[in-house]
Structures are given as structure tokens and as C-alpha cells.
Design a protein around this ligand. Structure first.
Ligand SMILES: *Cc1c(COP(=O)(O)O)cnc(C)c1O
Length: 400
């Protein structure tokens, strides 16, 4: 048995089998390339599921983390620490929100957002019992709370009963959302661009309509930008290109560019009536280590003008992908915003992903029929060309 096979078998012997992993053992990364334990190079258009926006080995980033490791990793939230305060200031500035709570994951950010909305309504109305509207085909995480608002039946079914008081509406269908509103609805939760569900950007009319509906009925709009935020669409947060602002915002994935950190943010209006000491907490959340990571990530975004770069390279990527749609019958459409793109495929996307890996290209799927491209935000034209080349190679082999 090869070392690689041994390594894979070792993992399968000890890890709970919750993933059907691709047969690759990654070892290190540089720029937008990953290398496996045998030294094979892979062009990465997945970024660890939209996490590694800065690619691999960014010196400013790794230096900052190393410094913080030497200074202090953790203190708990019983005390103050400067890196996290700085991270918060910078995150509020780029998001336009007023208050932030740092979590360890996206799922926890969703949990916090749901609790914040419920507490707001509780304070306002003087009683509990409020409900949340979420969207079909949404994805918000795997905990009992986040699962309760995740609009994919098969993820939820084995784990019922989930938290009550969740109604699902149709994404991009304002009428269905209006129909779902009840007397006690406290929040409408949606991804500005649906990720796992198959890369569906919200339409402008839909987002504006939901915002107006929320304003009319004092319902809180929670936007989940765990995947589509942090520059992925060319704005720091996707909602910023719609001119619609949420009351509560969730972030994670690229927030720490590889360090496990998430956040839920809110406006002062929500914060005034929401979580207070005793209502919510976390041991790790927002420790100095992740604070330094977030703070440095935001500095790098600014110093390198990363958002302009994303906007520019997006045009090129979209052109090239549109050519692919024209060329291959089994690729029926392209959807997406910025560097969050999906190709709709009639051939099973996981089969294409597996073949692409053999050709040294990392891509992933979304939903059951979408090839998802969420590369590091630092990709250049030549990387797009290389990706297209490897994708064509892959398609030619799939067709046999
Ligand atoms: C990934 C994801 C989550 C869950 O985040 P985790 O860090 O995996 O807990 C929630 N919402 C969206 C939109 C996501 O893409």
C-alpha cells in the first residue's frame, strides 16, 4: 500500500464517517496552489469552501498569527484584549453595522443571530413565542438551531423535532414570504447569495421587497453572509451592492481566512433591545488569536485593494465561464456574483470534481447539480486560464 493510501486508511479508521472524502491528502499550500503529500500541485478554486480568500502563505497574515501565538492565545471573555477590539472596530467599519459578537463558526453565528432576534422581540413585546421565516434551499449550519432554519429537508429529517416556529418560504419569491408572515414573526433569515443550495443570488426586487416588508412590520432582516461576504462578490458584503441593509448580519468562513472564527453583527436599534449579560456567551469566541487574524485580514483587504481586484477579475472569469456554457451541452447555465460562481451541470458535479482533482484542479459542488467555483480572491487572469484549461481537459475525459 502506498503512503498516501495508508494515510487515508488511518484517517478512515479513526474519524467518524460523516464525509465521503476525495482521495487526496493535502500537505501545504502556496499562493493559489495546494500540494499533496506526494508533491503533486493543484490549482485551488475552492479555497477550503470559500475560506482561504488570501490563498496560502500570505506573509503579512502568517507573521501576524505567529506574533500573536508568541504573545497570547486565549484569555476568555471575562477580560478585554486589544486584537479583538481592533478586529471589531474594523469589521463594523466595513459592514456599516454597530455591534459584533465573535463566535467560533458560522453555525454559532446563526445561533447567535436567532437568539438576538428572539430577544429583541421579547423585549419589545414583553413575551416570548416568536417565529422565524427562512428560505427553501437555504443552508445555515448543522446545529439543532441552525438546522431548524436550513431549508433542505434531508438534512433536517433524522433530527426532529427541531426548534418550533420556523416557516419556510421560497427564495426570490416575495409573495411566498408575505404569505409566511404571521402576527408573531420576529425575523426573516436568508443568504444574500445562496451557497450550498446552488449559488442563487437574491434578486434586487426580492431583497428590497423583503426589506420593505420587514420595515413595515418591525420584523428583523437577518442576512447570512457566511459564504458570500468578506469580499467574495466584489463588495465587502454582498448586501452592499443591493443598497439594502440587514438588521443582523452573520459572517464566518473567510472572516479569519483559515482561523476558525465567525461573527454576528447588529445595528444599535437591535442591540438596545437584545442580548445582555447572561443571555449569551462563548469560551473561545473572539479570543486574541482570532482577533489578530480578523484584524490582519481586514488590513490586508484594504492595503491590497482586494475588492477592486475581485471586481476586475470577475469580469474575466465570467466571460470564460460563459464560453464554457456555450461549448458544452451538459453545462446548461452559469449563476453567481463575483468570485462565487456556479455552473449548472447535467453530469453529476461530484464526478466532475473527482476527475478535476486527478487533473490538478480543486473545485467543489453545490446542491445536486452545480459545480461551484469559489477561488481565493487573489487569483489572476493566468489562474483563470489554467482553470479553464484543466476544466476542459476534465470534461474531455468525462465525456468518454
Ligand atoms: C458554511 C455556512 C454556514 C455554516 O458555517 P460553519 O462554519 O460550517 O458552521 C452557515 N451559513 C452559510 C451560508 C454557509 O455557507
Amino acid at each position: 500500500m502506498s503512503d498516501k493510501m495508508k494515510s487515508m486508511q488511518q484517517a478512515e479508521d479513526v474519524l467518524l464517517h460523516t464525509y465521503n472524502r476525495f482521495p487526496v491528502v493535502f500537505d501545504h499550500g502556496k499562493g493559489v496552489y495546494l500540494y499533496d503529500t506526494e508533491g503533486k500541485e493543484y490549482l485551488d478554486f475552492a479555497a477550503g469552501i470559500a475560506v482561504c480568500s488570501l490563498g496560502y502563505g500570505n506573509e503579512t497574515y502568517t507573521e501576524s498569527l505567529k506574533n500573536q501565538v508568541d504573545k497570547l492565545l486565549h484569555t476568555s471573555n471575562l477580560y478585554y484584549n486589544e486584537p479583538t477590539t481592533q478586529a471589531a472596530e474594523k469589521l463594523l467599519k466595513v459592514s456599516g453595522m454597530d455591534r459584533v459578537f465573535f463566535t467560533n463558526s458560522g453555525t454559532e453565528a446563526i445561533e447567535g443571530a436567532m437568539k438576538a432576534a428572539k430577544k429583541y422581540a421579547y423585549t419589545r413585546d414583553g413575551h416570548a413565542g416568536h417565529e422565524i421565516i427562512a428560505m427553501n434551499h437555504s443552508f445555515h449550519g448543522r446545529s439543532m438551531g441552525a438546522l431548524s432554519v436550513t431549508g433542505t429537508e434531508k438534512y433536517r429529517t433524522p433530527f426532529g423535532p427541531l426548534i418550533p416556529g420556523v416557516t419556510f418560504a421560497e427564495f426570490n419569491d416575495l409573495e411566498s414570504v408575505k404569505k409566511a408572515v404571521k402576527e408573531n414573526t420576529c425575523a426573516i433569515l436568508l443568504e444574500t447569495v445562496q451557497g450550498e443550495g446552488g449559488i442563487y443570488p437574491a434578486t434586487k426586487e426580492f431583497l428590497e421587497g423583503v426589506r420593505a416588508l420587514c420595515d413595515e412590520k418591525d420584523i428583523l432582516l437577518i442576512l447570512d453572509e457566511i459564504q458570500c461576504g468578506m469580499g467574495r462578490t466584489g463588495e465587502m458584503f454582498a448586501f452592499q451592492s443591493y443598497g439594502v441593509k440587514p438588521d443582523i448580519l452573520t459572517s464566518a468562513k473567510a472572516l479569519g481566512c483559515g482561523v476558525p472564527v465567525g461573527a454576528f453583527l447588529m445595528t444599535e436599534k437591535v442591540a438596545e433591545k437584545s442580548l445582555v449579560p447572561g443571555d449569551h456567551g462563548t469560551t473561545y469566541g473572539g479570543n486574541p488569536f482570532v482577533g489578530a487574524a480578523v484584524s490582519t485580514v481586514l488590513d490586508i483587504y484594504e492595503e491590497t485593494n482586494l475588492l477592486s481586484h475581485v471586481k476586475e477579475i470577475t469580469k474575466y472569469l465570467e466571460e470564460q465561464l460563459d464560453e464554457i456554457v456555450k461549448t458544452y451541452d451538459f453545462i446548461t447555465a452559469r449563476r453567481g456574483m463575483g468570485l462565487m460562481q456556479g455552473l449548472v451541470s447535467t453530469i453529476k458535479p461530484v464526478d466532475i470534481c473527482a476527475k478535476a482533482l486527478e487533473n490538478g484542479l480543486v473545485i467543489i459542488s453545490a446542491g445536486s447539480d452545480v459545480l461551484r467555483l469559489v477561488p481565493p480572491l487573489i487569483i489572476e487572469k493566468n489562474h483563470v486560464d489554467e482553470m479553464i484549461c484543466k476544466l476542459k481537459q476534465t470534461f474531455s475525459e468525462i465525456n468518454l
